[in-house]
Design a protein around this ligand. Structure first.
Ligand code: URA
Length: 239
């Protein structure tokens, strides 16, 4: 997408549109090596924009992976609780970040924050089937029958029939791996609830094929690279 050069400069440098226009009229701005003075010139990711000879690092959108700690809510703002956006906004004061998908307040792990509405819509759209993977600590053992029910589709207490999900043992007693292709409210807790099993810990490790960076401590975050972003595969096939 192309945007106005004065907006590009003001976003990239964190300055007002007026100050960006002043730089332009002084002849301080070059696009791909050529001095440009008009604020309404259109530029995009493919252009190199420099101010006084220094190239600007401009990103139209940002994509952040956060290791959500317990007690933090997956929202943009909240009267009572710290939100996932509160944890990162100091570094991104001019971005309208929001979480693309939710984890419960008591859950931990991978939350993706972005200001790219189309991308967020895509990873949440039921038809796109972006899988989410979790490590779940239970208060009881599972058995082959429960694994089979997850595989064929669990019916929740309210009658909702869910899509097929993966349930696997991990080798640690009462710790299992769950892979979901949909996002129903409190889905994992409700799925195990059908079998009278409680969830003690729930940690999201993957969105699509992208794994949460294991070096991120609870509350820590970093930007997702373009290469990593491609690992969040959009799969249109219905199943
Ligand atoms: N399922 C749940 O029950 N809680 C979460 O946070 C995510 C999936």
């Amino acid at each position: 997408m192309l945007i106005r050069l004065d907006k590009y400069i003001s976003d990239a440098m964190g300055i007002s549109r007026q100050d960006a226009k002043k730089l332009l009229s002084k002849g301080a701005v070059a696009v791909d090596g050529k001095v440009i003075k008009k604020g309404d010139a259109k530029v995009g990711d493919a252009n190199r924009v420099s101010v006084n000879g220094r190239q600007l690092d401009y990103k139209q959108f940002v994509y952040i992976m956060l290791n959500k700690p317990k007690g933090v809510v997956s929202a943009t703002d909240d009267k009572n609780d710290t939100t996932v956006v509160d944890l990162v906004k100091g570094d991104y004061p001019k971005r309208n970040l929001f979480p693309a998908g939710r984890l419960d307040k008591t859950s931990t792990g991978f939350v993706l924050l972005t200001d790219d509405g189309d991308f967020a819509h895509d990873i949440l759209a039921p038809k796109k089937h972006v899988s989410k993977e979790y490590i779940v600590t239970l208060d009881a053992e599972i058995n082959d029958e429960i694994i089979g029910k997850f595989n064929s589709g669990v019916t929740l207490a309210d009658g909702t029939l869910l899509k097929s999900a993966v349930l696997e043992v991990t080798g640690e007693p009462m710790v299992v791996k769950v892979v979901l292709k949909q996002g129903v409210y409190h889905q994992i807790k409700r799925m195990f609830g059908v079998f009278d099993i409680g969830v003690n810990e729930l940690h999201r490790t993957h969105i699509g094929a992208l794994e949460l960076d294991k070096t991120l401590a609870p509350g820590a975050y970093r930007e997702i690279t373009a290469e990593e972003l491609e690992k969040i595969v959009f799969n249109e096939i219905d199943n």
